[in-house]
Structures are given as structure tokens and as C-alpha cells.
Design a protein around this ligand. Sequence first.
Ligand code: NDP
Length: 312
Amino acid sequence: MAEEKTKVLIIGSGPAGYTAGIYTSRANLHPVIYEGPVPGGQLTQTTEIENFPGYPEGITGQAMMDDLRKQAARFGAELRADIISKVDFSKRPFRCEDDHGNVIIAETVIVSTGASARYLGISDEEKYRGLGVSACATCDGFFYRKQDVAVVGGGDTACEEALYLSTLARKVYLIVRKDYLRASKVMKKRVEERENIEILYNCNTKGLFGEDGVEGAHIVRHLGTDKEEDFDIAITGFFLAIGHKPATDLFRGQLELDNEGYIKVKGATSHTSVEGVFAAGDVADPRYRQAITAAGSGCRAALDAERFLMEH
Ligand code: NDP
């Protein structure tokens, strides 16, 4: 198996990883980017991106990631559609191993492995993905102006997404599996007071229906009790807001993570708990999770790595 040395190893692609690649390659650091199981990340699975500055006509997630990839390659980043499966951050330089057993000895590592939205696990989510099912109201809400939509979840994200959608859609159903919202009091109050939001407590989604896209959802109230009741709601958009899972299994025990599994960074920097390892994008961001914020944090991680290399 091969062994190679690099100044910068970037684990994960998407806007954070590619941006870190653009910056570090322009700084002549010859980064190696392992693009991971889904090169380009989550955005390759969305449809149109209309809120990334610089694209007045919008752009598909796939096209944007292709452009970012080309931009990183243009300045000399080495891109590999492969996976890093082992890391050892206990001493520097760091020893990392890919899926084929090749060893990379890296002076710095930028982790940008992202996070993925949790789904309910019903088959209709897959069937209607991009045809009415979405896990990002900020990304896709605009397509549902003056229509009826539903948000699933009872946490702060669900409330935030429902409130956002209520400014665009005609009506928003908030489907909550318990008889209360887990969200903070202030969010709960806002949702309850918004006229065009209807909260469906004690409700679960059994399935979706529609010819060429979502036209409605089959709901069950009081599932598994003697009060169980089935009904349908007419909606064209079905938004999941039941949490995200950061892709950090590989780093457990090596980097400090928060309770949800996100990588902890120091203040407004990309420094992790290990000197020389930096984090960028959704893997360290439970809050914003936008393409533009991920790209910005990829730039920060690149500059932090560059400075670190200069100082060491
Ligand atoms: P949370 O884990 O807080 O909430 C997830 C919600 O999804 C819960 O209501 C949960 O239900 C529900 N859920 C989970 N699985 C299912 C399922 N299979 N079917 C139906 N419902 C399900 O995640 P959030 O993304 O909302 O928040 C993550 C963190 O980020 C929190 O700490 C939150 O406070 C924070 N945050 C803060 C914001 C702010 O301050 N503005 C904005 C957004 C997030 P149940 O309650 O029954 O478990």
C-alpha cells in the first residue's frame, strides 16, 4: 500500500471542503481532498439553489459543486472520489488511511464531512424526494409560495422552518408526534400565535400521495391507542425538521464533540481540540447549515491551516 505525505488533507467535499481546497491550493499547499461517499455532499441531492450570492438565475446543487470542484482542481488540489476510513490524531503529523489501505501522512487536516438530515424512514420520502419532500425550508420554501405545506418535528428547527414557510405558503401544518413542542418557549409562542400555522399534536405521518409530486399526506393521530384516528391533509410540500446527524463517527475519541456529535471549534475559528486539525461546514455547525456559511467556514479553515503551517 502506498504512503504519501501532504501539507493539507481535506476530508469531505461540499462547499466547505472545496472552498478550503481552492484557498489552500492557491496558497501552494497542494491539498489532497478525499471527497467521501457523496462527492459534492448534500447539495448534490437538492434541486435549485437560489440563495447563493452570485447566481441571479439560480443554479442546481450538482452544477455548483461541479464548478467548485473544477475551481479547486484548477489551482492544483488533488481530488479523490474516495473515503478516509481511519485517522490517528494522537501525534503530528497525522496518520490517515483511505478505504484501500493507502496511508496519508498529513501536517494538517481539515474536516468537512458535513451532516445529513434525518428522515422518517418511510418509502414515500424517497419516492417524492425533490418532488415535494425537502429537509430544508430555507432552500426550497420559495417554490411553495401560496401553497399548503407541512413541517414534521417539534423542536426549534421545526418551529423556525414553520415560521419561515408561513411567510411564503398559504397554510403550514406542523406535525408533532407528542402532545407538546420540545422547542423553546419563545418559538412555541410564535408558532402558536401565527394565524396560518396549524399544529397537529400526537400525529405521525404514515405516507404521502400524489400523481407527479406530493398532493397530500396520510396522517395518524394517537398511534397505537384506542383513540387512533386516520386522516389526510392536502399539501404540496413536506418538510422534515427532525434533526441532523453530523458525519463524525470517524472522529469519536479523537476530537472533542458536543452532545449532538458536532465537532467543537474554538470561538469564531476553525480550530478543533487537536492542534493542526480544523473543522469547516455543517460538521461543526448545528445552527446555520447553509451553502454560503459552509463555504465561508471552508475559507476560514484554509487560512487557519495556512497560518498554522507557517508558525510550525
Ligand atoms: P431536536 O432534536 O431539538 O428536535 C427534533 C424534533 O424532531 C423533536 O420534536 C422530535 O420529537 C422530532 N422527531 C425526531 N424523530 C422523529 C420522528 N421519527 N418522527 C416524528 N418526529 C420526530 O432538533 P432540532 O433540529 O430542532 O434542534 C437541534 C438543536 O439546535 C437544539 O438544541 C435546538 O434548540 C437548536 N436550535 C436552535 C435554534 C435557535 O435557537 N434559533 C434554531 C434551530 C435549532 P420528540 O420531541 O418527540 O423527541
